[in-house]
Write a new protein. Structure first.
Length: 236
């Protein structure tokens, strides 16, 4: 069986087809987060003339940046709440309820705005801001690149397996990605630099669909889990 790699850099929706989305929802190790991107962050069509699928929705950079800034405000106001949320198992009902509560409870971070909601994007943005608060770039890259053969971290699903593999096999490039502005040319170039690791981390026969926003969120969550696990281990 061959590996199907579908990294849609132009910005197609996280679940590109209804059939694929249904498989993920029903699978035991399904995508741990919401299957749709924020409603205001996608629009029909594509500005990329080379994109053969002109019906695929494209992410609005301003909307993606707005969600990122919103998450930064949430961390600034309620950092302990964000930490507590990300410490929970994303597969639990408790997590799903809490992620919506924390977003709704911080509407003052986006006054007079109507932002759509994606658990994946929001959680990933929270993770990025928390990482920036807790680690320098050098410290995070060093931690992600540590040899964990003796104390492996068990992934909780296929997408977490892939994203943890990426950040641990390419720590410098991953940190460089987190330093870029959301939906910028620099972000696009940073993701292109990660293409070899992405391909290497996907098992043959595994279909992996995502876009720039989804991949960045998955990687941030993976990096956060690895870093937090390291801190907990050293504390214990």
């Amino acid at each position: 069986m061959r590996t199907t790699l579908l990294l849609l850099m132009a910005g197609a929706a996280l679940s590109a087809t209804p059939a694929f989305a249904q498989r993920e929802v029903q699978a035991a190790n399904a995508n741990p987060f919401d299957q749709t991107l924020m409603a205001n962050a996608v629009r029909s069509g594509s500005d990329d003339k080379d994109d053969k699928d002109d019906t695929a929705p494209k992410i609005d950079p301003l909307a993606a940046q707005a969600i990122y800034n919103f998450a930064g405000c949430v961390v600034e106001i309620s950092r302990p709440g964000a930490v507590k949320l990300l410490s929970k198992d994303y597969r639990s009902k408790d997590y799903q309820e809490d992620i919506r509560k924390i977003a709704k409870g911080h509407e003052r971070c986006a006054p007079n705005s109507k932002l759509g909601f994606s658990g994946l994007v929001f959680a990933g943005n929270l993770a990025e801001h928390l990482l920036a608060d807790q680690f320098t770039d050098a410290a995070l890259a060093t931690d992600l690149g540590r040899d964990r053969t003796a104390t492996p971290i068990t992934a909780r699903g296929t997408l977490e397996t892939i994203s943890m593999c990426i950040v641990m096999s390419a720590p410098q490039q991953s940190v460089a990605l987190f330093d870029t502005e959301v939906m910028s040319d620099a972000e696009r170039d940073a993701m292109k630099a990660l293409a070899p690791q992405l391909s290497a981390c996907i098992r043959q026969g595994t279909e992996f669909r995502t876009n720039r926003v989804g991949l960045r969120a998955l990687m941030a969550l993976a990096a956060y889990r690895v870093a937090v696990t390291s801190k907990e281990g050293s504390a214990g």
